[in-house]
Design a protein around this ligand. Structure first.
Ligand code: BG6
Length: 314
């Protein structure tokens, strides 16, 4: 079984005594995961540099979701439904899954943690469905971060359920005005700032000079986030997640958020592998799988000589 050769993970207390798990690889690569939200709050490369953004004003206290890292949006993305914004998985306490069902294809990666979320009686009042949500968070030997979600309908009443989903990833960037996103050009998107109206993106890579809140539809499975100043590129690969959200609140919204610093919008960008336009429907006994893999490629690869074809299709 995949878990037999697993590297033991550290269990520690994080902010406000909340339980946290730490995965380590190589010299200084690490990933930190709060059981509150099943929430990745830190991903460091081999130089010990932080790759994810977490606000200095983040409130590590239920029911507020942690501002930054990788919140899990389930069973609803944003306000696309009647539940609370982004659903409730991000502000529930997850458990360590000690005996997860094996994956059909065994991975050789050994540093991972398995979490599980099942509905409480209170949750069933809000969303009347029974499910098992298993989340495996893996840190690869090269420092890549992989999240695999497996959601199973365990309803006993024969009823299917539908949900939308996102890995709400906050990337740490040097300066938002120096950032370019490739892989989303020419796609249709729903603009959350224009009442979800549908538009088509221009042919150029995406750059940032004001608030952005867009859902790109049927995006490629590879998106590059190029940070010119830091001379590094994040590559996001996704499976089972057709859409991609791009969000930066910019100055006015930043000021309106209690758990976000006024100038912090300059140092973050959310790019989120998601399933939004066409909700996922599961019948009892059915399982859905959605994967997001993040790698960071070195400076020489990205400064001006970046070949988008290679990054996106290589
Ligand atoms: O403040 P929240 O609930 O974490 O949401 C932050 C943002 O998350 C993004 O994914 C949404 O597209 C935005 O509309 C939203 O404002």
């Amino acid at each position: 079984m995949a878990t037999s050769s697993k590297v033991p993970v550290e269990h520690v207390k994080g902010v406000n005594g909340l339980e946290k798990v730490i995965l380590r690889e190589g010299r200084k690569c690490s990933v930190e995961v709060y059981l509150y939200g099943g929430h990745v709050t830190s991903w460091k490369n081999n130089n010990g540099e932080e790759l994810l953004f977490v606000s200095s004003k983040a409130i590590f206290k239920p029911p507020k979701a942690i501002r930054g890292g990788i919140p899990i949006c389930f069973p609803q993305f944003s306000s696309h439904g009647s539940l609370e914004q982004h659903g409730f998985a991000r502000n529930r306490f997850w458990s360590i899954d000690t005996d997860p069902p094996p994956f059909p294809t065994n991975t050789t990666y050994k540093t991972f943690v398995d979490l599980i979320l099942k509905p409480s009686e209170e949750d069933i009042k809000i969303w009347p469905h029974s499910y098992e949500f298993r989340l495996r968070i893996t840190l690869g030997p090269g420092g890549d971060l992989m999240l695999i979600s497996r959601i199973r309908n365990t309803n006993l009443d024969g009823k299917p359920f539908s949900f939308t989903f996102a890995y709400h990833t906050y990337f740490s960037v040097s300066d938002i005005s120096e950032v370019r996103v490739e892989g989303l050009e020419t796609l249709d998107y729903l603009d959350n700032l224009e009442e979800k109206e549908r538009f088509t993106e221009q042919g150029d890579a995406i750059t940032f000079e004001s608030e952005v809140d867009k859902i790109y539809l049927s995006a490629l499975n590879k998106i590059a986030i190029i940070d010119h100043e830091k001379k590094r590129t994040f590559v996001l690969r996704k499976e089972g997640l057709p859409d991609a959200v791009v969000w930066n609140p910019w100055d006015k919204k930043a000021k309106a958020m209690a758990d976000f610093g006024d100038d912090e919008y300059k140092h973050m960008l959310c790019v989120e592998a998601a399933a939004i336009e066409k909700p996922i429907t599961l019948r009892p006994g059915e399982e859905w799988k959605g994967k997001q893999e993040l790698i960071v490629v070195p400076s020489s690869y990205c400064s001006g000589q970046l070949d988008p074809q290679r990054v996106l299709f290589g």
